[in-house]
Design a protein around this ligand. Structure first.
Ligand SMILES: [Zn+2]
Ligand SMILES: [Zn+2]
Length: 446
């Protein structure tokens, strides 16, 4: 008995020593690498340009590997509870700052975030990419924070694809690009309607600060816009802020200055054209949308705005609302990818129709709102996207805000005629529009 016990202790010790020797050897190689880096400057004059490039790549790989190793050590320390142990309990970030002093300049939080994610099965590809050296730790931290926000909004089966996509983009194009992918990924893989919900929610953050005036009398504003607001503003600013040469002399104003002056011009125009009937300069967005998306209403899929504001992704219900009035010029693509021309004439109310509509409705028709006619949109009661005609009998004035409400909550409006004339009545129960549409299409099948 005693013998076999002694033997097993011996085996353990030997095995432990062998492990210890392997670790010691590794640590010695790391120390040698550090030493080699420190002395590098003395020898570089010998290197030709090709070798210089190679040295740069090797050193970079070493930095990446070193940063990954820092995460591995941190994960180990967190795993065995080292970070909170000892006389003075440290947070994981505090532990990293103490024992990896260069992180006092920043980055300890990222090291800890990535180390903690090493234990999460759902984001295992991030761990693999960090350990293989293809994804720097800083990029991995961005991928993780994007994934945390994005994955809950993505359909279950598309999550691995989206995560791989984020890693790939962060590794090849940098973490910044990864952030910009969000709307596209939501549109392509999102749970139905998620992009729309996001953009509707973004409206809450729209703001224009009070002016902050400095000693020179210059006023500084902070403007926050949702994607739709940005698309509308940029489309209006685009032509107004283009460089304007005078008598063949170049326009030397900076782009920011031209944009600032264009904004003031825009406001001047809006104020001076307050008289009804002169809203001719309404900004135009160019939108390419497939017929199916436009007609199908709430879908995950979004629509990319072209023209001066190329690349902004708008949610489909937003485009359907914009399509009510002159703000966008949709290019509608049919199933075969051919352009289906449902041109302007069909969609937009003529000046004469608008005038009659203004006389009839006077102001926004939403209950309790008296926003004047010239600040309102002409809404198609049966949406233009659903084949509603551009007739007065299918029109109602709505201010911007209530136009959004009516489309977002899908309220139905109907024309009511009595002795006092014609007025619009709104059914303010959510989805009443869809019920009305169902009733109508049952009556006259298309
Ligand atoms: Zn509308
Ligand atoms: Zn209103």
């Amino acid at each position: 008995m005693e013998n076999s016990e002694a033997l097993s202790v011996d085996v353990c010790t030997v095995w432990g020593m062998a492990q210890g020797a392997e670790l010691d050897e590794r640590l010695a190689r790391i120390a040698a690498g550090v030493e080699a880096c420190r002395g590098l400057g003395d020898e570089l004059w010998r290197a030709g340009s090709a070798q210089l490039e190679q040295v740069m790549g090797d050193v970079d790989a070493m930095v990446v590997a070193g940063e990954a190793a820092r995460v591995v050590v941190t994960a180990e320390a967190i795993g065995r509870g080292e970070t909170g142990a000892g006389a003075e309990a440290l947070t994981p970030v505090g532990w990293v700052r103490r024992f990896a002093p260069s992180t006092k300049a920043g980055g300890a939080g990222q090291v800890v975030a990535v180390a903690q994610a090493f234990a999460v099965a759902g984001v295992a590809p991030v761990k693999d990419a960090v350990l293989s050296g293809s994804l720097p730790v800083r990029s991995a931290a961005v991928v993780l924070s994007e994934a945390e926000k994005l994955l809950p909004l993505i359909t279950q089966e598309a999550r691995p694809t989206v995560l791989d996509g984020l890693i790939e983009v962060a590794a090849t194009a940098g973490p910044r690009e990864c952030r910009r992918l969000r709307p596209t990924l939501l549109a392509t893989y999102g749970v139905d309607g998620e992009l729309q919900r996001e953009q509707d929610a973004a409206k809450r953050f729209v703001s224009l600060s009070q002016p902050f005036v400095d000693e020179m009398g210059l006023a500084e504003y902070r403007l926050v816009l949702d994607p739709e607001g940005k698309a509308v503003l940029e489309a209006a600013l685009g032509p107004l802020s283009a460089p304007a040469p005078v008598d063949g002399e170049r326009d030397l104003r900076s782009s920011d200055r031209r944009r600032g002056e264009a904004l003031v011009t825009l406001v001047r125009q809006a104020v001076s054209s307050a008289e009804p009937g002169s809203r001719a300069t309404k900004a135009q967005l160019f939108v390419t949308v497939d017929l199916e998306t436009l007609r199908s209403g709430l879908r995950g899929a979004g629509v990319t705005v072209g023209g001066p504001e190329a690349g902004t992704l708008l949610a489909p219900e937003t485009v359907r609302r914009l399509a009510c009035d002159a703000t966008i010029i949709p290019t509608v693509m049919g199933a075969a990818g051919a352009v289906v021309d449902l041109g302007r004439d069909v969609r937009l109310f003529t000046a004469a129709q608008s005038k009659r509509l203004w006389l009839r409705d006077q102001h926004c028709t939403y209950p309790g709102c008296d926003m004047p006619a010239h600040w309102s949109d002409a809404h198609h009661l049966v949406h233009w996207a659903d084949g509603g005609p551009t007739d007065l009998s299918n029109a109602a004035l709505l201010c911007e805000r209530h136009h959004t409400v009516v489309h977002t909550r899908r309220y139905a409006g109907v024309l009511v005629e009595d002795d006092t004339g014609t007025r619009v009545e709104w059914d303010r129960t959510v989805d009443s529009y869809d019920r009305l549409l169902a009733v109508q299409s049952a009556r006259e099948p298309a």
